[in-house]
Design a protein. Structure first.
Length: 135
């Protein structure tokens, strides 16, 4: 959550934390988790930035190059998105999560793409996947 020291979990592509989350900068951002090689569930709470641009922000999520899914994030609204993370996508005890942000918005004309904005990350977590159990 915002407000805790999370620098080691967010190696690049982030600004903050600030009061409303960590802001993604540019067209991609990364998160890094040290986890056992078991099936996990990735949960992300994200809010779309309220800048002129697309009606929604597309977030393509992958782990160590394995696609996990897509989230459509609405400006000004916080949504919770979950993605299954298979054990096969965890390499050497690490889940390097990449958020590709193809709809990132340039804040000022002539600025480089590292000044593009798209989402605010409010929360990120990895938890062991729950298996469906019958009666």
């Amino acid at each position: 959550r915002s407000g805790t020291d999370t620098r080691e979990l967010r190696p690049c592509g982030w600004e903050g934390p600030v009061g409303d989350g960590m802001h993604a900068l540019g067209e991609s951002a990364r998160l890094a988790f040290a986890v056992p090689a078991e099936n996990m569930t990735l949960t992300l709470e994200m809010t779309g930035v309220t800048l002129p641009g697309p009606r929604q922000q597309t977030v393509l999520v992958s782990a160590n190059g394995t696609p996990l899914g897509r989230a459509m994030v609405t400006p000004g609204k916080t949504g919770r998105f979950t993605f299954p993370l298979p054990a096969s996508a965890i390499i050497n005890g690490r889940a390097d999560i990449t958020l590709d942000l193809p709809d990132a918005v340039t804040t000022s004309p002539g600025q480089s793409n590292v000044r593009k904005r798209s989402i605010k990350l409010v929360m990120a977590s990895l938890t062991p996947a729950t298996s469906a159990r019958g009666p």
